[in-house]
Design a protein around this ligand. Structure first.
Ligand code: KG4
Ligand code: ZN
Length: 330
């Protein structure tokens, strides 16, 4: 049975997993640097890479515990996009293992990992529409088949996760704010009027909504009124998520789509999952398991099997890329 050892270090999680060709997860280790970054209110790239350096050997050894390198067919790692210093640490570890044990090396696009991890729940059907929503991305990706990627829409300013994290900071919640707003919004009602982003076509925008939320808080504080942060969280979330939903439904009106899935950290959002289930009833819908929404190495392993199938390996001197399109890779 073929197995892939996968490493992910694109942002603030150091992760390693061993997965087999039946997509059974033999081991999966994820350590998050969240506690450290929370002190700074966001990810500090220099701190992130230093912490990856401190963690990587322990995490890889832990993922290999009870296994031997003889079992491993190939080594996979996230080649981009992400924080360049963080990417380098995972790349160096993967390349060292590939060189020392003479294994093929697979460079995986981070977003392909987020998308293909949904295969853990069953085969994907094409044409497929993936709503990729994370701290760094907001994209509607159309896949005619598993090898053709088209970006139908993207954010013109902030990514959705970034907007969640900034709004959370405004109302005094720690980084990462997404999960905290998700929880808090359940206790509130969307009573504050916040503007729906107006963007033509299939693109997104979140900075106007973020600024309007900030201004609402500032105005109320100036007027000596108390802000109900649960109501504010709910108001922000309803507008932000309906913006995502509206564009997704627009694609379904315009294009042939058999399967819809969501991917990335914000795919863990309970209200987004509810809205998608309520509105997408006439085609296959997949919502990824919560623990595989935020960054992990299992997703890199699952996507790597597609590269292995076509023997798409990368050389030991392959450069990591802080920005890397999912559409055209060289
Ligand atoms: O995919 P991910 O781990 O990292 C990137 O590739 O960016 O996504 C992290 C983002 C953060 O902005 C975090 O606040 C957001 O996902 N997030 C959520 C939830 N869980 C994580 N946003 C909204 N609701 C959640 N439940
Ligand atoms: Zn991610």
């Amino acid at each position: 049975m073929r197995k892939i050892l996968a490493i992910e270090t694109s942002c603030d999680e150091t992760a390693c997993a061993l997965i087999n060709e039946e997509l059974k997860i033999e081991t999966s280790i994820v350590t998050s640097q969240i506690d450290v970054h929370a002190r700074f209110g966001g990810v500090i790239p220099e701190v992130a890479s230093r912490m990856h350096v401190e963690q990587i050997s322990t995490i890889v050894s832990a993922a290999l515990e009870g296994h031997s390198m003889d079992e491993v067919t190939a080594i996979a790692y996230t080649i981009g996009p992400g924080l360049i210093g963080s990417l380098h640490v995972g790349a160096a570890a993967a390349k060292t293992l590939a060189f020392f044990y003479d294994k093929p090396l697979i460079g995986v696009h981070h977003l392909k990992g987020h998308i293909f991890v949904n295969e853990l729940l069953g085969p994907l059907e094409y044409p497929l529409l993936a709503l990729v929503v994370s701290g760094g991305h907001t994209e509607l990706v159309y896949l005619k088949d598993e090898d053709s990627f088209e970006i139908l829409g993207t954010t013109l300013d902030d990514a959705i996760g970034e907007a969640y994290d900034k709004v959370a900071r405004i109302i005094g919640l720690e980084y990462p704010g997404g999960p905290k707003i998700d929880k808090l919004a359940k206790e509130g009602k969307p009573i504050y009027h916040l503007p729906t982003p107006k963007v033509k076509g299939l693109d997104f925008s979140f900075s106007g909504l973020k600024n309007a939320t900030l201004q609402t808080v500032e105005r109320m504080r100036r007027e000596g009124k108390e802000v109900d942060i649960a109501d504010l969280a709910s108001s922000f979330q309803e507008v932000a998520l309906h913006h995502l939903l509206d564009k997704t439904l627009k694609v379904l009106e315009e294009k042939e789509v058999r399967h819809v899935l969501i991917a990335g950290g914000v795919a863990a959002n309970s209200r987004l999952r509810e809205l998608m289930s309520e509105h997408i009833k006439d085609r296959k819908l997949t919502l990824p398991p919560l623990k595989y929404c935020t960054d992990n190495a299992v997703m890199i392993g699952v996507a790597a099997f597609k590269e292995l199938k076509h023997k798409r390996f990368v050389p030991l001197d392959a450069p990591s890329r802080s920005s890397l399109s999912i559409v055209s890779e060289d």
